[in-house]
Design a protein around this ligand. Structure first.
Ligand code: ADP
Ligand code: MG
Length: 391
């Protein structure tokens, strides 16, 4: 009977699931440097871009958005950052990846210039809006009815080794662990509690400065390192009548990937190539995971059984496996240079992005079982009272 009010359980389930959704892909084209021959890319519309270089086959790609070279940091945030804040507060996981060759604008997009307010990137802007919406939610729900906690961790992954960018400088390398409650996590990684946007900015600055110091030590090789900034959000709400607690938790991963330039263009062979492969094992595996996932999901739709996906073959894909084909709303920002000399790399970045766009994820609201169990206990209590009234 469609008029029967839905049970509490049904209401819970409805709020906890969402239909499967494709990974979103946005291309950001960097402005060209004055001394570069330009014109390898042509933007055809707000969603279409072509490679027009003499050396690459002309091909047109369609994405969720194409942000041209004149797009400001603020407008980039409006398209690829701001829409996710509400999802995070509802309890959905969100992952943003920046992919592209070295100097294509990944770090500019993710962190930007932290010394210049108009030039800060997605991380500080997302955190600022997050705290704004948290204080709005706390104000509209009323005193003591809802409470949020926010924590941040920031790590660097280089040659498959994890460094804590918020830990002491002499901290040991960290290991990945997995358990049924927490899923995959980095053991011993610093999680800093953050009370406001100012705190958040200080932590982003601290970790980013550490990454730059490491870069100098590694002889400018940081283009081969990945950075993962994670924001953990937990909310606690108390419903009026039922006196029941509900705990939601979500996380935001901001992933600034290593430069995607292919080994062949760096001229590496033999031992050097092997080294390059191990440095970039995470990036290589990311590409494989995406290809195999797209094939496996397509086969599954045609009735084939689930296939094994090699998430565990790199630290990056193991840590972020939920972001690829799992419980997360995921967006990839493909950063490209318009320079003629970069045409082959830009083509390869767009190919990668086009493949990734076919991945389907299934994001759901993360509610703590304590909350669910409490709601169910309240429902049992209500039914029992109903039965007692009938007797
Ligand atoms: P990546 O992290 O991909 O290696 P960066 O973000 O460090 O590249 O960008 C390389 C240089 O180009 C930096 O000096 C950066 O400030 C500049 N840059 C990149 N994208 C833009 C942009 N959209 N607008 C202005 N400057 C940019
Ligand atoms: Mg960078």
């Amino acid at each position: 009977d469609p008029n029967t009010p839905r049970s509490l359980r049904e209401q819970l389930d409805a709020a906890s699931t969402s239909a499967s959704d494709n990974v979103k892909v946005v291309v950001r084209v960097r402005p060209s440097d004055a001394d570069e021959a330009q014109g390898s890319l042509q933007q055809l519309s707000g969603t279409q871009v072509s490679i027009v270089s003499a050396h690459e086959h002309l091909r047109t790609y369609e994405f969720d958005n194409v942000l041209g070279p004149a797009t400001s940091q603020e407008d980039t945030f409006k398209v690829v950052g701001s829409p996710f804040v509400a999802h995070l507060l509802q309890g959905f996981n969100v992952t943003l990846f920046a992919y592209g060759q070295t100097a294509a604008g990944k770090t500019h997009t993710m962190t930007g210039n932290l010394k210049d307010r108009s030039q800060v990137g997605l991380a500080p802007r997302l955190l600022e809006q997050l705290f704004l919406e948290i204080s709005n939610a706390e104000a509209s729900e009323g005193e003591g009815k809802v409470k949020f906690t926010v924590k941040i961790s920031y790590l660097e992954l280089y040659k498959e080794e994890i460094t804590d960018l918020l830990g002491p400088a002499d901290a040991p390398r960290l290991q990945l662990r997995e358990d049924v409650h927490s899923g995959v996590y980095v053991e011993g990684l610093t999680e800093r509690e953050i009370l406001n946007a100012g705190d958040a900015m200080a932590v982003v600055e601290q970790g980013s400065a550490r990454r730059r110091t490491n870069e100098t030590r590694m002889n400018q090789e940081s283009s081969r390192s990945h950075a993962v900034l994670t924001v953990y959000i937990e909310s606690w709400t108390k419903a009026d009548e039922s006196e029941v607690e509900c705990i939601r938790s979500s996380r935001l991963n901001l992933v600034d990937l290593a430069g995607s330039e292919r080994n062949k263009s760096s001229g590496a062979t033999g031992e050097r190539l092997k080294e390059a492969c191990s440095i970039n094992q995470s990036l290589t595996t990311l590409g494989r995971v995406i290809s195999e996932l797209v094939e496996a999901q397509q086969a599954q739709q045609q009735g084939s059984p689930a296939r094994h996906i090699p998430y565990r073959e790199s630290r990056l894909t193991f840590l972020l496996q939920d972001s690829l084909g799992g419980n997360s709303k995921t967006l990839i920002i493909a950063c490209v240079s318009p320079a003629e000399a970069a045409a082959a790399e830009s083509a390869s970045t767009l190919e990668f992005a086009a493949r990734a766009k076919r991945i389907r994820n299934r994001a759901r609201v993360n509610r703590d079982t304590r909350g669910d169990a409490a709601l169910l206990r309240a429902e049992i209590e209500r039914l029992r009272r109903e039965l007692e009234l009938r007797d």
